[in-house]
Design a binder for this molecule. Sequence first.
Ligand code: SF4
Length: 393
Amino acid sequence: MARPHQPDSAATAALARVRGRAPEMRANVRRLAAFANVHSCPTAAVAFAARIDTNKVLAGTSLEMPFGQSPFAIGRGVAFEALLRRHGHAELRRVLSEGLDTDFSLAAIENLREGYQPNRTGLHMRATVTQTRMAEIADGPAEPVILDGAVLQADIGGLQAFFEADEMAIGVGGQIIVGENKSWPVVDGKPTDDDALGAALDQAATYVLLGRQTLQQEGVDPSKMSDSVVLVTPRNTGLAPSLHRQDVSSRVRRIKRLLNAVPDVQETAAETPHEVTFDEVADKTRHESLRLASFRHITDVLGTVYDPANCLTSCGFAWACRQRLFADGDPAVVGGAVARALPGIASLGRVAELSHGAPASNAEAPAAIPLARAGRLYDEVTPRATGRQRRTA
Ligand code: SF4
């Protein structure tokens, strides 16, 4: 994962040109997880390397995707965080004490959310303090300690990025334990949203991985970072906090592989053709048709790997890509598995013709036989509804 270099000025300029006026994004765990789902797509890879916020590039067009938390969920999250920190973190101390079987009532709390500038300089300072404190604590403090708002620094594809963890409960058996606060409820011991639970555990696992890297840089045994993380969530429909422990070792291994797959920005910048820029796509003063034509040109130059299951959940370009594939009749619009089952067939229109028994070319022959068979079966089951005219050989 660690790449010791930073992009040179030519690469930095090239990536700035690719980004143009497109909104920039900061790498965070959620963005990384989303990119991991679509990392094989060249267009997504270039957008990620240029740190383009794909969720916002098409803002103002009919193909802008509705990403983002609802105001209700954001409000609930803010209220839950405030509850945990009220009266000297009393509720956080209580759940950690109960869940970790260690007395946190007098634990020192280092609040890294306050006293630092809300910018990159502030993040850098918080990351330095976090690294120092982690090394000190891993040396074995007598009392438990909580770092609130710890920041971990990492090299992601050749660019420095900062990741802000909720808290790290430290001093539990000489180990460092990652803690994440989530405001979605756990009802009768079960999370109400399995996807949200998976994302939270991936987030915590990423902090474990980056925390180990941080310890290594300090010359400290990385195994001091526990594989077991804690999630603090409301119990049932109220906001009363409860704690859950979970082993994330398999997630840590998976995320390590995913981070290694992040493209190197230097290489991406060197390989991206000069004509590729998202500047005109993001330009809200231009007519929608022109913006979408610019997007189409980029995807034509770079290429795409469309898979509805991943693209629709992880890339802000998904509706634009889907519309383009649909207009072209490209089989990829229905998913990679179906497209792979139709080798040599250029369009969905051609799929329909072959299923009607049209003669196949040599390239189409492997898929033509099962298609014709499927078409016959379909006609037998729905003869009146289809009213299709089948060719006979
Ligand atoms: S939506 Fe389009 S650009 Fe994004 S990952 Fe999928 S194919 Fe690539």
